[in-house]
Design a protein around this ligand. Structure first.
Ligand code: SF4
Length: 384
């Protein structure tokens, strides 16, 4: 009989599993705390569980970590793990230490089917969705390994910010994502604040609406272009869910949490999407309204990302002065704008453009090589 992986459950799922073993909910809470708060795998170590339960668990369940293929530590403290997820596939997680917080960038799929032009993961194609257990195993491993390494005391944690910005489009793996998010937020799990867990999406509109209902964590949207013709080229999902629909979904998302904001991610590509005119189009986009509910604009900030070049992309990083000028146009219009610092350059740890190895089942690389990249230097505003 194959063993059930307890990392696959949020607390509700673990409660149902324990009830199936004839155990009460408070036992599930104890077990959940052992696994996620203390990093325990060995049921024998879980001293406040009845011996009979520990014995049952040992024959039916396990806490299954991911095998680490490699770990690289940058001179700036950034850590990148490459995890084996079987079948020749690997995914990456990156820990980014900052003065006031520790952020973990987590993968949701082996590869990605969206195929953004500037993303090395997109160029590799898609292999499969990760399970809830495989998503959580990245956080479980990183948190407990870093706690030991940094000699943190009881109650201290290494990671207080999680961004679902690694390999994959998280909202195309929704069923596995939501229990993982709930475990991150659960006070008996990792106890992270709702605003310190971010789902980054390329714009899967129907799932943005569901996320608002099911687990409204912080939302980041990979925008990368201010108009549909250009975004169709850079983020192919735009052909299905164009910018106007995406912005409506963002607007509706914020209606559940009016004090929140959307972070728009914008990868700066030399001569492609980085002119002052593009910046002005962005301002027009996020200011446009009034909307159906009578409110105006979208509460947002922009995060400008220096492109991490890779040979197959045919694209170049915008010069630093261009990025600064672009940021100034946005900031002068009163939009909070940050430029992402490049971290872990010496270990190739660009978050969101992670380069693992997947068995491509979509032949993405072949398709992208065949399709010409048409670049719109300054195209008209969005369809709407
Ligand atoms: S940027 Fe995100 S959605 Fe686009 S191909 Fe890369 S991983 Fe997929």
């Amino acid at each position: 009989m194959s063993l059930v992986n307890l990392l696959d459950f949020d607390l509700e799922g673990l409660t149902a599993f324990c009830e199936g073993l004839g155990e009460k909910r408070f036992r599930a809470v104890q077990l959940f705390r052992w696994i996620h708060q203390k990093g325990a795998r060995d049921f024998g170590q879980m001293s406040d569980l009845a011996k009979s339960l520990r014995e049952k668990l040992a024959t039916r369940a396990e806490v299954r970590p991911l095998s680490v293929l490699s770990e690289h530590v940058s001179s700036d403290g950034t850590v990148k793990w490459l995890f084996d997820v079987g079948g020749g596939n690997a995914v990456e997680s990156v820990f980014i230490p900052e003065e006031d917080r520790g952020t973990l960038c987590v993968s949701s799929q082996a590869g990605c089917a969206v195929g953004c032009r500037f993303c090395s993961t997109g160029h590799q194609g898609f292999s499969r969705n990760l399970s809830t257990g495989e998503i959580l195993a990245q956080l479980w491993h990183a948190e407990h390994q870093l706690r030991a390494r940094l000699k943190l005391g009881v109650g201290e944690r290494a990671i207080d910010n999680v961004v679902m910005m690694g390999m994959g489009e998280p909202l195309q793996n929704y069923a596995a994502l939501v229990p993982a998010l709930r475990t991150m937020l659960d006070d008996h799990g990792y106890g992270l604040s709702r605003r310190r867990v971010t789902v980054s999406t390329s714009g899967v509109v129907p799932m943005i609406e569901r996320l608002r209902e099911d687990c409204p964590v912080a939302l980041a949207v990979s925008l990368h272009a201010p108009n549909d013709p250009l975004r169709d080229e850079l983020v192919p999902l735009n052909r299905k869910y164009p910018i106007a629909e995406l912005l409506d979904a963002c607007h509706a998302y914020l209606s559940a949490a009016p004090r929140d904001f959307i972070t728009f991610e914008y990868c700066m590509l030399d001569g492609v999407n980085d002119t002052d005119d593009h910046a002005r189009q962005l301002i027009e986009l996020v200011r446009r309204s009034p909307r159906a509910d009578g409110s105006r604009g979208i509460s947002c900030k922009f995060n400008l990302i220096p492109f991490n070049p890779f040979p197959a992309s045919g694209l170049k990083r915008s010069p630093r002065e261009r990025v600064q000028a672009f940021a100034r146009v946005l900031a002068d219009a009163g939009i909070v704008t940050t430029v992402r610092k490049t971290r872990g350059d010496d270990i190739d740890a660009a978050c969101g453009q992670l380069a693992g190895e997947v068995q491509d089942r979509t032949r993405a690389a072949e398709r992208m090589t065949r399709a010409p990249i048409r670049i719109h230097a300054a195209a008209p505003t969005a369809r709407s």
